[in-house]
Design a protein around this ligand. Structure first.
Ligand code: TUI
Length: 318
């Protein structure tokens, strides 16, 4: 059994957090991951407060284990969701795509474990000062909204910059990635792409199959020019968006062309016109399986692979 500061802090069996993937991380997936021993997350994305509240209630009905909510801070509903999480007694909040500083006091007062996702050591430090319990250092290998630094460069620099636990994210989908994350100074991992392919994930079968079929070079980052870079699988839409960026079209027109594309990927499985967010590790994901199998295989392989290295990081084997 791999026990770390993260399993201890959150009261979970495995040091694995599921990413808060927009449209994909629903109550059923979050509950399945939590039931299997990881930390499941509901991805609030751009959803309105009432909807997120209903997802939280649904997850509570499906598991007694701790689960969390990921708040996407660019959402116009972030303030509502921040409040609803407190009212609903959510145990863990992760945040993405911004600085959650203004909510920290209220969340800490409610006893919530706060884990901001950060793309830099500077933001990690600021979050620690503001009272964060841990940070997710997310490399640009990740799917969705990405920063600049790679996981390999980011995680050790964040680990040196803060005293709170660091969770590595971006490019991790097997025991080698898990082991490497510990070596870089992390005490756990956050995985997204492998959980899109969980049986319990609501992603359309086409989405899952596109990840299973993907090879290492099949993702691309769109939207760099507009300030909201998003890593997704290459398809007709992402190629067209990249072309438009070179043509320097206005931000408004760019956003018009992307609106609804995430929904088209996750719900409709529209291979041409959907935005299929996925990380660079998609090439390694080769099957759709229950969340429990995914998690148990990751951890069994990791225990075997890590063996004698673990003690070096203060991780104990039971
Ligand atoms: O947030 C994510 N990944 C996401 S959010 C998302 S929804 C979306 N859809 C369309 C366009 C944009 C977003 C899909 N994937 N990951 C965590 C993450 N956070 N990555 C990068 C950051 C980040 C960036 C800047 C965190 C903080 C930050 O700080 C800026 C500041 O205010 O200092």
């Amino acid at each position: 059994m791999i026990k770390t500061k993260l399993t201890e802090m959150l009261g979970i069996r495995y040091p694995v957090i599921q990413g808060g993937m927009a449209w994909v991380a629903d109550a059923k997936l979050a509950a399945a991951v939590s039931e299997a021993g990881g930390l499941g997350l509901i991805g609030a994305a751009n959803a309105p407060g009432e909807l997120v509240e209903s997802w939280i209630k649904e997850a509570k009905s499906l598991t007694d284990k701790p689960f969390g909510v990921n708040i996407m801070l660019m959402s116009p509903h972030a303030d509502d969701i921040a409040r609803i999480c407190v009212e609903q007694g959510v145990k863990v909040i992760t945040t993405g795509a911004g600085n959650p500083g203004k909510y920290m006091e209220a969340w800490k007062a409610a006893g919530i474990k706060v884990i901001p996702v950060v793309p830099s050591a500077a933001l990690a430090k600021r979050m620690e000062r503001a009272g964060a319990d841990a940070v997710v250092a997310e490399g640009t290998e990740s799917g969705g909204h990405v920063g600049e630094l790679t996981t390999m460069a980011l995680v050790p620099q964040v680990a040196d910059a803060v005293d709170i636990p660091v969770i590595a994210a971006g490019g991790i989908a097997d025991a080698r990635g898990f082991g490497a994350a510990l070596m870089l100074g992390a005490c756990g991992v956050q995985c997204g792409t492998i959980f899109v392919c969980a049986e319990e994930s609501p992603a359309h079968l086409n989405y899952k199959q596109m990840i299973v079929d993907a090879k290492d070079t099949d993702t691309v980052v769109t939207g760099r020019a507009g300030g909201a870079p998003v890593r997704c699988l290459k398809n007709k839409l992402s190629r067209r968006l990249l072309k438009m960026e070179h043509e320097e079209i206005g931000r408004e027109e760019y956003e018009l062309r992307t609106v609804g594309s995430l929904r088209r990927a996750v719900l409709d499985g529209d291979k041409d016109e959907g935005t299929f967010m996925a990380g660079q590790i998609a090439g390694l994901v080769d099957r759709v399986a229950p969340a429990k199998d995914i998690l148990e295989k990751l951890m069994a392989d990791s225990e075997q692979l890590l063996g004698s290295f673990l003690e070096m990081r203060g991780v104990t084997l039971e």
